[in-house]
Write a protein that binds this ligand. Structure first.
Ligand SMILES: [Ca+2]
Ligand SMILES: [Ca+2]
Length: 377
């Protein structure tokens, strides 16, 4: 009450500057290979799940609870994007991935994935819309549903729903097994598959299983469990990782029509302890480039193309939830070799490469931070 207006302004100014200092806090990460990385905290979010970089340097970040956030290059929360679908967060799902159309600079088209409910059941869905942005706001127009996971299931596990455009101009969607396992080998089900569509949701004529049923025609590859990361390398080859059961997380090079084996083979075990035959017991399925026992719980993937981190070009950088690290894997042909881990004891949800060659990372969970990672000089 006694505080003067000037005093209040001073107090708020002080608080703001303290908050700014907290936001700008930096710390060092020392990798298992001895590489030192400076991490700068840009902001924090409510269960952040995915992000993409806009051509103007700003970012779009999804929060699992349903908000798509426009974020400044410095991490400032600029606006919540309007016109989004209604999203109910459920188990591992809610609002999921966000990507731009390859021709976004001309057509302003974006894609989001999220959980769609139907009574007690739910499944992944993908919408496309046109994004209009101002300095301090953004909204979606002409939003249209272009894909839904079939069938819907109870529970809230393994939606996966990562999105990427291939160099062929088609949209790829990772579709998790929803914890149901056997549908990953069932061609009448879109669970446990990677899906390939035109940018408007139509099914391409040259998909590997065209001519069978409508679900089969969408399928690009099968036998997947819960693929939470998909990326292209410099040659345009597609790679995806997926969580195994108890151990057996995989990184796979994704090729047309291939069967990656789940749940018939896996290098992990069932949670019950029951053994599953390893990949190397049969050549009926495509083996992973690398697998992990114990699990790292991979989420988010980039294949590094910059020069800021010298010697990392062409390596896969995998966020690890349970592994609480970024895992660096060298790729050669169809094989991968883990080179190093960079850990700061937080679950890593999402990773992107900034055009400058620095990395932008989202931690998992409530208060998950947005971090910029650069080599410590
Ligand atoms: Ca992303
Ligand atoms: Ca496999």
């Amino acid at each position: 009450m006694a505080m003067t207006r000037y005093g209040m302004v001073l107090a708020f100014g002080l608080l703001a500057s303290m908050a700014a200092q907290a936001q700008e806090s930096t710390f060092e990460i020392r990798g298992s290979d001895g590489v030192a990385i400076t991490a700068t905290t840009l902001n924090s979010f409510d269960d952040p799940w995915a992000m993409t970089l806009l051509p103007d340097g700003r970012m779009l970040i999804t929060e699992k609870t349903g908000t798509l956030v426009l974020v400044g290059p410095d991490g400032a929360r600029l606006a919540d994007i309007g016109g989004m679908p209604d999203v109910t967060a459920r188990g591992q799902g809610g609002l999921g991935d966000i990507i731009l159309h390859p021709d976004f600079e001309n057509n302003r088209r974006i894609y989001v994935s999220y959980v769609e409910r139907e009574g007690a059941r739910s499944g992944a869905a993908v919408d496309t819309a046109l994004l209009s942005l101002s300095d301090s706001s953004g909204t979606l127009a002409d939003r249209e549903r272009i894909w839904t996971q079939t069938p819907k299931e109870s529970g809230g596990r393994h939606y996966a729903y990562r999105l990427i455009f291939g160099t062929d101009g088609y949209l790829f969607i990772t579709s998790g097994d929803r914890g149901q396992q056997t549908p990953a080998q069932d061609m009448e089900s879109s669970l446990g598959k990677i899906i390939r569509l035109h940018d408007d949701g139509r099914i391409p004529d040259d998909n590997p299983f065209v001519g069978a049923g409508p679900v089969q025609a969408q399928i690009w590859s099968l036998g997947h469990r819960n693929p939470l990361g998909i990326a292209l390398d410099a040659q345009g080859q597609m790679w995806a990782h997926e969580m195994g059961p108890r151990g057996g997380d995989e990184l796979n090079r994704i090729v047309r029509g291939a069967n990656y084996g789940w749940p018939v083979v896996s290098d992990g075990r069932q949670y019950s302890g029951r053994r599953i035959p390893d990949h190397n017991t049969t050549d009926a399925f495509r083996s992973p480039a690398i697998s992990w026992v114990p699990a790292i719980s991979p989420a988010g993937l980039v294949i590094y193309q910059g020069t800021e981190f010298s010697d990392w070009q062409g390596d896969a950088l995998i966020g690890a939830l349970g592994g609480r690290a970024i895992v660096r894997v060298a790729l050669s042909g169809d094989r991968g070799e883990e080179i190093a881990r960079y850990s700061w004891n937080k679950r890593v949800r999402e990773i992107e490469e900034h055009p400058s060659g620095t990395l932008v990372v989202l931690e998992d969970g409530s208060g998950g931070r947005l971090l910029k990672l650069a080599p410590a000089d």
